[in-house]
Design a protein around this ligand. Sequence first.
Ligand SMILES: *[C@@H]1O[C@H](CO)[C@@H](O)[C@H](O)[C@H]1NC(C)=O
Ligand SMILES: *[C@@H]1O[C@H](CO)[C@@H](O)[C@H](O)[C@H]1NC(C)=O
Ligand SMILES: *[C@@H]1O[C@H](CO)[C@@H](O)[C@H](O)[C@H]1NC(C)=O
Ligand SMILES: *[C@@H]1O[C@H](CO)[C@@H](O)[C@H](O)[C@H]1NC(C)=O
Ligand SMILES: *[C@@H]1O[C@H](CO)[C@@H](O)[C@H](O)[C@H]1NC(C)=O
Length: 495
Amino acid sequence: MARKVLSLLLPSLLAAVGLAGLLLLCVPTRDVWEPPSLKYGIVLDAGSSHTSMFIYKWPADKKNDTGIVSQHSSCNVHGGGISSYADNPSGAGQSLVECLDQALRDVPKDRHRGTPLYLGATAGMRLLNLTRPEAATNVLAAVTRTLTQYPFHFHGARILSGQDEGVFGWVTANYLLEKFIKYGWVGQWFQPRKGTLGAMDLGGASTQITFETASPAEDPANEVQLRLYGQHYRVYTHSFLCYGRDQVLQRLLAGALQTHGPHPCWPRGYSAQVQLQDVYDSPCTAAQGPLTFNSSASISLSGSSEPALCRSLVSQLFNFSSCHFSQCSFNGVFQPPVTGSFIAFSAFFYTMDFLRTVMGLPVATLQQLEAAATTLCSQTWSELQARAPGERAHLPNYCAGATFMQQLLSRGYGFDERAFSGVTFQKKAGDTAVGWALGYMLNLTNLIPADPPGLRKGTDFSSWVVLLLLFAAVLLAALVLLLRQARSAKSPGAI
Ligand SMILES: *[C@@H]1O[C@H](CO)[C@@H](O)[C@H](O)[C@H]1NC(C)=O
Ligand SMILES: *[C@@H]1O[C@H](CO)[C@@H](O)[C@H](O)[C@H]1NC(C)=O
Ligand SMILES: *[C@@H]1O[C@H](CO)[C@@H](O)[C@H](O)[C@H]1NC(C)=O
Ligand SMILES: *[C@@H]1O[C@H](CO)[C@@H](O)[C@H](O)[C@H]1NC(C)=O
Ligand SMILES: *[C@@H]1O[C@H](CO)[C@@H](O)[C@H](O)[C@H]1NC(C)=O
């Protein structure tokens, strides 16, 4: 009789164990048991000098959560920015094909149709739209024709305003560095609310500064109000068109040509043939040129490695003569004093990185940055080439870039030593590039809700723990019983 009960008990126990295990697998704690299925999004960042494609990914079942969108892969489009195809719009579309083909491979085939695809163009296209609006429209139409040929869900090609570009860069930086919301180790969210990071972006044709501010902006064009995860943010932002790295270099070149002397920011021993057409074709330099010039004419210009003259040439880019507000950065633009920590990316990072790693100069303070720019600007062409053999194409322009950055931060935005010590120069957070593209996608896909996310994941986790304990208890009981059965089998006298 007892033998019969025991032999029935064993299979029923095993069944209980199996059931518990099954229950456990049904509970939606996918991150513990299997890799979650992913969703993807693609953003083409059509900058003035080149286009980059970013593919982002996030877990498919947690549309409302955050801290989890990251960069899956990226691709650099060969050739110039789409605005450089003003006279050959179809070439702009064609230029994107190689990266889009990569996207077809990078995103799993069964996800293609559900993957949103965005193209955002920035200051290069803003400039083109200022001078030749019909050419800008044609370029956007051409890239749209190419993008709609792909299976992704294309959401349109747009020119971002300077304000959007600044704010989305700020959103990206604070999202990646978990300033809005943090993901705790047991699976619940909490809001750190220790203050956000300001963002500074230096592109090819414009530069943006964006930071949270307590007081309302005196110029409404500089203020954006955001509601993210139930928190309210008042953000100051401004984009300076024609103050991106390439446009600044072009304006300095035009300035050097006006003096009829050598270029003080170029290294001594370096010279180049300058096409007048190339110098004055931008709205940023048009006013500096002669009224009429032979469009195929070129001038030979050499460098002279003169830091003081270069600094004075750069200082002419900033106008401090008038301000209709209580305080301004430059060119009469309202700006409250910079507060809090900042992250500076894109060309800010590349310039700092060159000073630090190639030149081996300390740049921890503004004073050191100024000294580093002076040292760099004193180098001759052969000295520079010896230091950075691989960088030939950009090498003559680092002096101007560093001098401009130093003046923009100190005199332009008004960073003092204390404020500058809170600036970090960084191009990525983890594996994800810092720029406007991620913030743009987060906004357009509603991945950042206005209200705080619930604690759904936290409850998932506790039910998982309960089941785990249950599973373990059942298993233990089964083992104990098995052991007893084995013992009683050894001593037949007990029956
Ligand atoms: C996020 O969750 C809230 C409430 O749970 C819901 O009302 C809202 O529609 C969700 N948003 C998205 C984008 O899924
Ligand atoms: C070009 O600029 C005009 C005037 O600011 C604007 O209305 C238009 O939308 C812009 N074009 C594109 C394609 O964004
Ligand atoms: C413009 O310059 C080119 C080359 O320097 C020269 O051949 C041409 O005759 C010039 N045209 C005019 C209109 O001066
Ligand atoms: C500075 O701006 C003022 C007002 O906009 C203008 O009158 C002046 O010519 C500018 N100065 C320079 C050097 O561009
Ligand atoms: C994000 O998108 C919403 C609409 O979905 C819009 O109202 C809001 O202004 C956008 N945020 C920014 C920073 O542009």
